[in-house]
Design a protein around this ligand. Structure first.
Ligand code: GDP
Length: 513
């Protein structure tokens, strides 16, 4: 294919309110990005009641298209995958990160690294993908820049390398100094972008120059060595300071982003690395979005293209079953740009209308060999509930619904070895709500929830299990693959248990792929 722009596919990892939406909007503006469905994120209303679900999904039905955004900047096609905010936090948020090649970590300079950033970071770390850091809200009185770097290094065990350096902050903010360019981006109230050589920045006061020069010298002496290799392996994060709201430092960030972010890399499938330029098409489904309209059981499977090229109407094989499928005219595909896409390249995301063929983690491909991309990791659940059908006579639909929804990746399923109870696990409340809604609307089963106070899961990977493993503080269950899992109420209960049972080896989920 000619005239194909290189792809840079990324998602933002951040804690709510750090400025993800604002930064995304500013980046889209710079690239003349395509923003379908009105806004990047429509609602900002916090928690919603289950009864609002239908309405929310209606909105989301539209916003599905905007969960992948595209822009062209400096001869690069940038694909941005939206990661839902706090109230929507679910396994989908984690799964989205398996489909990107780079993550941009947005940190609020006042708050530093927050809980959700840390969780999302773990997924990126697991995959060793490059992480670029944007420290936001420089127009506010935040933590000292050096302290922020130390916090990243200590908390995330990742080297940092500042690409620019703030001159003041909050009310005293007067600019940011670009380390590679030796220029200053001057901060002014009207948000006009002004970049001048450092030597000519006469507006800087003597004490500002002194502090800046001292800090830059310190960074040169005590800072890390920059190599592209460390960036690409996720061992070192280039750090940018700025203020998304004031569009300050955003363009400088984007200019470097197109250089530093990774292009689609070879990915492991069936034990071998598959290069993006492999002539055979392949891709994997990382997310399935149900259409909440009960009259249509259609779902949308989000496919990350990994190799070859995707064309509308092509015949592919679903690796898990060997089933041939024609992605024909009656199926519609879309990316953000148009309702339908006719072709897509490695790094791109396409939505496939699905009537129930796909499972999260599925590979589809063409060519002689049926390859299978690596399984989705086990994401450790933090919320658990015992469930039963309100009407015991509906046990058939109940089991069918659970089976299908678990297969789609809506929820995780556990069983107690002693009782017939099902326990469902999730990383976010939203998953429970979706599960409840869909069980009722698609399978006509009302579910009774009994929420549990446990919030930690540990897989027992080594050691002898005893009979009395379940008590008021912990519970022994089995996961879908019949692996033993202990659920603990809190860290204290876990530590107490570990002290008493030093021979048992416990894994967090992240570490058992
Ligand atoms: P998200 O939850 O991470 O998507 O965060 P938003 O982009 O919605 O921003 C959260 C809040 O922080 C909003 O009120 C923004 O206007 C504000 N905000 C974003 N960037 C900045 C910034 O650079 N400076 C200041 N002072 N506020 C910001």
């Amino acid at each position: 294919m000619s005239n194909v722009l290189p792809r840079k596919t990324f998602a933002i990892i951040s804690h709510p309110d750090a400025g993800k939406t604002t930064l995304t909007e500013k980046v889209l503006l710079l690239g003349g990005g395509i923003r379908s469905a009105g806004t990047v994120k429509g609602k900002k209303s916090g928690k919603f009641a289950t009864s609002d679900w239908m309405e929310i999904e209606k909105q989301r039905g539209i916003s599905v298209t905007s969960s992948v955004m595209q822009l062209h900047y400096k001869d690069v096609q940038i694909n941005i995958l939206d990661t839902p905010g706090h109230e929507d936090f679910s396994e989908d948020t984690y799964r989205t990160l398996t489909a990107v090649d780079t993550a941009v970590m947005v940190i609020d300079s006042v708050k530093g690294i927050e809980a959700q950033t840390l969780k999302l970071f773990k997924v990126c770390r697991m995959r060793g993908i490059p992480i670029l850091t944007f420290i936001n809200k420089l127009d506010r009185e935040g933590k000292e820049p050096l302290d922020l770097l130390a916090e990243i290094e200590e908390t995330l065990e990742m080297e940092t390398y500042p690409m620019n350096w703030p001159i003041g902050m909050g009310k005293r903010l007067s600019g940011i100094y670009s380390i590679p360019d030796d220029t200053v981006e001057v901060y002014n109230e009207d948000h006009e972008r002004t970049v001048i050589p450092y030597k000519e920045a006469t507006q800087l006061a003597d004490h500002e120059r002194e502090t800046l020069e001292e800090e830059i010298m310190l960074l040169e002496e005590a800072g890390n060595e920059f190599t592209m290799e460390k960036v690409q392996n996720g061992e070192l994060t280039p750090v940018f300071f700025g203020s998304a709201l004031s569009s300050f430092g955003v363009q400088s960030f984007l200019d470097q982003f197109v250089k530093l972010a990774a292009e689609p890399q070879p990915r492991r499938a069936s034990g071998e690395l598959v290069a993006p330029d492999n002539k055979d098409f392949s891709g994997f489904v990382f997310k399935i979005q149900a259409n909440m309209n009960p009259n249509h059981r259609d779902r949308i499977a989000f496919l990350r293209v990994c190799s070859g090229s995707f064309e509308r109407g092509m015949e592919v094989v679903l690796s898990r079953t060997g089933k041939k499928m024609k992605l024909n005219q009656s199926s519609s595909f879309f990316a953000s740009e148009r309702e339908t896409v006719d072709a897509a390249m490695p790094g791109d995301i396409v939505g496939l209308y699905d009537s129930g063929n796909f499972k999260v983690g599925d590979t589809i491909c063409t060519g002689q060999d049926r390859i299978q991309y690596e399984e989705m990791p086990q994401f450790p659940p933090e919320k658990f509930a015992k469930i039963t059908a309100k009407n015991a006579l509906k046990h058939k639909q109940y089991h069918k619904g659970i089976e299908q929804l678990v297969q789609e990746g809506t929820i995780q399923l556990y069983k107690t070895p002693y009782f017939e109870d099902y326990i469902i696990g999730a990383v976010g409340d939203l998953q429970f709500q979706v599960f409840e809604y869909r069980m009722k609307n698609e399978y006509n089963v009302d579910i009774e929830f009994s929420y549990m106070s446990h919030e930690l899961a540990r897989w027992v990977t080594k050691g002898e299990l005893k009979d009395n493993m379940t008590d008021s503080r912990k519970m022994l269950v089995e996961d879908q693959q019949k692996r033993p899992v202990l659920l603990f109420e809190n860290e204290f209960a876990l530590r107490w248990f570990q002290d008493k049972n030093p021979d048992l080896q416990l894994a967090t989920g992240w570490d058992i792929l």
